[in-house]
Design a protein around this ligand. Structure first.
Ligand SMILES: *Cc1c(COP(=O)(O)O)cnc(C)c1O
Length: 477
């Protein structure tokens, strides 16, 4: 085994790891990958693979970094965790304890957040096609609804009156984003400039539509106008673009004040915030390296843009809401697979894992997203060029063209920064069973999502009795 010189324990390296992949994720004294006080090799042997592992401390730390990064530059900030990035009930409990709010997409995310006891005042409901059931749950529980369709206000009004409950609303904007017309980034919504990409999505109401909604809402005693909303999405890793977007929110506030007399007391500037790692993660060949923006940089640029524009337009500073998902959940977890068949081809070597693109949703869509490391004796020299593949019937490349240490059947491989959009986006293609999740805190590891069983997959299928009869009924003699 390679010897690993552990480091003194410090605030920045609380576990004394010799190599850090995160604050609480790195190489421990025995040379294995550790998550906080737990050896990942031991976790995988105990709980089996494929396995998601979340570090509670890393999650808390990421949330605090985001909150503090913005609070350092802006007075009133509320962090609404994008629940869709990790819907785990235990995750939601941890974030509630931290004081985080949440962005809910759909009735089920809202239900889970409420089930975990999240303060409804800190939840918002987003969605382009909200169902009555969704609106009812939001209104009954006092959750702010961000309107994104022209008939939504009237539907909210009817339900609110029927339930005898007031309701807070926001409006999702289709920002002009003219300054982004000349800028490009990651092709999230097709090719094109950031403005073209944003314009091409279904989201947001135009200026005229927004004015119309505000004017109608002003006449409804049961409706409280609470915020405007925008989500730039993951098209750009340049914090300047986020500052431009934040400034445009204020420009829109000035427009609304002039047209309707209503100044939004709160602006919600959505998600899409990235995180960087020294080894480089992120879509498209490692652009999220140590040069990637930190919460502090985002906070400084966005805070300054909002202040400047509010001053220029003589508007009061609004409360600021932010909806980070990936930047909080992503780096908090790893996904572990076990090596099976290894195949040497004429010019290529494939290492099969039981972890698939079903479980790592961005592995195929965004090349190189997840950095892979061996779990055991992880500091060994990496010089084996392999394709890490899953067991699915498609090519199932979870890590194409990787350089790994020599792997053998039975070894475990971990994909870093896999705490967001993995469990919540996992699929069952090829009738795969969804993995378990283990939550690690210090040297404690607890299952927070149980592994699916065959009965969970087969149990939802129904065979019409007429087919049963055709298959099994004995012909009458
Ligand atoms: C997806 C989404 C988020 C979170 O995005 P991240 O890239 O994970 O930060 C936040 N708000 C809305 C409205 C979203 O659709």
């Amino acid at each position: 085994m390679t010897q690993h010189q552990t480091q003194p324990k410090t605030d920045a390296n609380p576990c004394g790891f010799s190599v850090q992949y995160g604050k609480y994720i790195g190489i421990g004294a025995n040379g294995n990958l550790w998550v906080d006080g737990c050896d990942v090799q031991a976790l995988a042997e105990t709980h089996g693979a494929p396995l998601y592992i979340i570090s509670e401390n890393e999650l808390r730390d990421r949330y605090r970094a985001f909150r503090d990064g913005f609070l350092a530059h802006y007075p009133q900030v509320e962090i609404l965790f994008a629940n869709k990035s990790n819907n785990g009930l235990a995750i939601r409990h941890i974030l509630n304890q931290e004081g985080a709010g949440g962005d809910c997409f759909g009735v089920n995310e809202m239900y889970i957040a409420l089930l975990a006891g999240t303060d409804p005042q800190k939840l918002v409901l987003n969605g382009s096609n909200k169902q009555d059931e969704e609106l009812e749950m939001a209104i009954a529980n006092g959750i702010c609804v961000n309107i994104d369709a022209m008939d939504e206000l009237d539907r909210i009004d009817v339900i609110s009156k029927r339930l005898g409950r007031k309701v807070a609303i926001g409006i999702r904007l289709k920002l002009d984003l003219l300054p982004l017309a000349g800028r490009t980034g990651v092709a999230m919504h097709g090719p094109g400039t950031l403005k073209e990409q944003s314009d091409s999505t279904k989201w947001g109401m135009t200026r005229e539509q927004t004015v119309d909604i505000v004017k109608r809402a002003q006449k409804m005693a049961n409706i409280e106008l609470k915020e405007t909303h925008f989500h730039l999405s993951r098209m750009s890793n340049d914090p300047e673009n986020f500052a431009i977007m934040a400034r445009e929110m204020i420009v829109w506030s000035g427009f609304l004040r002039d047209e309707t007399g209503w100044t939004p007391p709160c602006i919600d500037i959505g998600g899409g915030w990235t995180f960087g790692k020294w080894y480089g993660t992120g879509p498209r060949s490692q652009i999220d390296d140590s040069a990637a923006p930190t919460p502090d940089i985002y906070g400084r640029l966005c805070g300054a843009a909002i202040r400047e524009e509010a001053e220029r337009l003589k508007l009061p500073l609004p409360k600021l809401r932010i909806e980070p998902g990936r930047a909080i959940s992503g780096p908090s977890g790893v996904a572990v697979g076990q090596v099976g068949a290894i195949k040497q081809g004429a010019s290529k070597k494939w290492v099969n894992l039981d972890l698939s693109t079903n479980h790592l949703s961005w592995a195929s869509a965004l090349d190189w997203y997840y950095h892979a490391v061996a779990v055991k004796d992880t500091g060994r020299e990496a010089n084996d060029h392999v394709d890490l593949v899953g067991p699915l019937c498609n090519s199932d490349e979870v890590g194409a063209d990787r350089v790994m240490p020599l792997l053998e059947r039975g070894d475990f491989v971990a994909f870093l920064d896999a705490g967001g959009y993995t469990e919540s986006g996992a699929a069952r293609y090829n009738a795969q069973l969804l993995p378990a999740t283990v939550l690690v805190s210090g040297d404690t590891a607890e299952v927070t999502t149980v592994r699916e069983q065959w009965r969970d997959v087969a149990g939802r299928f129904k065979v019409p009795p007429r087919l049963l009869a055709a298959s099994f009924a004995k012909p009458e003699k």
